[in-house]
Design a protein around this ligand. Structure first.
Ligand SMILES: *Cc1c(COP(=O)(O)O)cnc(C)c1O
Length: 499
């Protein structure tokens, strides 16, 4: 049996294998890779999966998409088990009941946010594919971050063979704790770069400009880890299955999910899980004031507006990069139609679907918009009445099910970050929220941090010198080791002579 293949939503690339779509990320025609068919899960399989451990369940789901022709089973198992071992909780993503509904805690990974689930896997897949010949064995990941993604990418890529990871962030504009998570990583293949006098958009522009400079891009083997990578979506399906089994007692029951949404990558994994046959009832898209998706599911009009800064910054987006995959599905998997939609949208900033398509979309997703005041109030209430601290993103998802009157023990609210990552927001609701020990220890670690001025050429020179410098440093590390061995041999010899 061979693995599922992938094509671009815009029709420019067809029938690519898993390795290619993971290494490439975005299609050359700027479309997103979607599976050519979605594997189904039988009732017998679903029954057999109920009692599996998280990593074993994850292996079974990956096996549906990725067969021996792409990744040997023993390697796949090793990659998944190692990725899960980076989590501090034995359940990886534990499920608890609070105030009459379930909460799926996705924040027990290295950077205390849900992006760890997928980025730990992605880092290990990159390493395996580079080791076995992809990209000439070398990959330079260049990313821009306003906080969460950068630290999770660094945690996923640190120390990986063949990978250099350079993350740009606006100097003075990411929170102290998020910066600490990036600059306390000692690995030599990681470069957290504060760009002076820059905004997040400036950093993002440097990344885009670098991708649009073919000579530079090819010279340093540039790649990206943004949320459109198919591997991330696939990795995230596991916790929909996992939490489904925790909140139901048999596969005759359904479960629903409420997801704090920005780029639509997290909830998309829930949508694909349902397509595969997981008994999902409702999927709730919960947004903050950046509500393009809520407006779409209400009116059928997908319209870009400017970004508003909120207390749930990881959901502050003006367009949702993963939504194209769902729009493609709405066209009936028609790349010509989708391409026309996206081309028009890029020109006019508006896209409208037919009344029939809107009905379909409203059948697939519920939605709710939750503003800052409501978010703060929910954090306060849950703390006071249920002794449970929500992060501002998770609070948006929780408030959405109250708005929609969908509270039930089989409604799973995805908790996407630890409250300790957002102390300023949480303090608006709760006095003296605790600082997690994982964050306290960062204050004492040595710092590895780089600074550049806001200049594309300087950024690209930095990348070039570090990427080649990185290769050299393996050599110098090697010779350092040899020197160390020589010195200790000498020391032993001297000791023996003394006697
Ligand atoms: C990225 C992120 C989200 C949004 O997830 P999407 O996949 O972009 O919809 C929500 N909460 C937190 C904490 C995040 O880091």
């Amino acid at each position: 049996m061979s693995s599922v293949t992938y094509s671009s939503t815009r029709g420019g690339q067809k029938k690519l294998d898993f390795r290619t779509v993971v290494m490439q990320g975005l299609a050359h025609d700027r479309g997103l890779f979607v599976p050519d068919e979605i594997p189904t899960v039988s009732a017998e399989e679903l029954a057999a999966w109920r009692d599996l451990s998280y990593p074993d369940l994850s292996v079974q789901i990956f096996r549906k998409f990725v067969k021996e022709d792409q990744v040997p089973l023993s390697v796949l198992k090793d990659i998944i088990h190692r990725s899960c071992a980076a989590f501090r909780h034995p359940d990886v993503t534990p499920v608890i009941q609070v105030n009459g509904h379930a909460v799926l805690e996705l924040f027990h990974g290295p950077t205390l946010a849900f992006k760890d689930v997928a980025l730990q896997m992605l880092g290990n897949f990159f390493e395996y594919f580079l080791d076995t010949g992809s990209n000439g064995g070398q990959l330079t990941v260049l990313g821009a971050t306003s906080g969460d993604t950068g630290s999770a990418a660094i945690a996923g890529l640190r120390g990986k063979r063949g990978v250099s990871c350079i993350i740009l962030y606006p100097h003075g504009r990411v929170s102290h704790r998020q910066e600490l998570q990036m600059i306390t990583v000692p690995d030599e293949n990681v470069f957290a770069v504060a760009v002076k006098d820059a905004t997040f958009d400036d950093c993002q522009d440097f990344v885009k400009a670098s991708f649009n400079t073919p000579a530079f891009r090819d010279k340093v083997h540039l790649g990206a880890v943004n949320s459109i990578n198919w591997c991330r979506v696939l990795a995230q399906t596991t916790y929909y299955y996992w939490s489904y089994f925790r909140v139901t007692s048999s596969n005759a029951e359904t479960a629903s999910f409420s997801v704090p949404t920005g780029n639509f990558g997290d909830i998309l994994a829930g949508f694909y899980s349902k397509q595969m046959g997981l008994p999902v009832d409702k999927l709730v898209v919960a947004t903050n004031e950046n509500d393009i998706l809520h407006r779409f599911f209400t009116t059928g009009k997908y319209e870009r507006e400017s970004i508003q800064e909120t207390i749930s910054p990881s959901m502050d987006i003006c367009v949702s990069s993963n939504f194209e995959r769902y729009l493609f599905w709405l066209t009936g998997n028609d790349p010509a139609k989708l391409k026309q939609w996206m081309t028009d949208f890029e020109k006019t900033n508006v896209l409208s679907v037919s009344p029939a398509q809107l009905r379909q979309a409203q059948g697939d997703f519920f939605s709710s918009r939750v503003n800052t005041d409501e978010t703060i109030r929910v954090i306060g209430e849950y703390h006071k009445s249920h002794n449970y601290l929500l992060c501002p993103h998770s609070a948006v998802g929780v408030k959405a099910i109250h708005n929609l009157k969908l509270v039930s023990p089989r409604m799973v609210c995805l908790a996407t970050a630890d409250q300790g990552k957002f102390p300023d927001a949480v303090r608006r609701a709760v006095q003296d929220p605790p600082t997690p020990t994982e964050i306290q220890v960062l204050e004492k670690l040595p710092i590895r941090r780089f600074e550049l001025s806001k200049d594309l050429k300087k950024v690209q020179n930095f990348v070039e010198s570090r990427v080649s410098g990185n290769k050299k440093s393996f050599v110098s590390e090697h010779s350092l080791l040899l020197t160390a061995i020589a010195v200790s041999v000498l020391a032993v010899a001297l000791q023996m002579r003394k006697r």
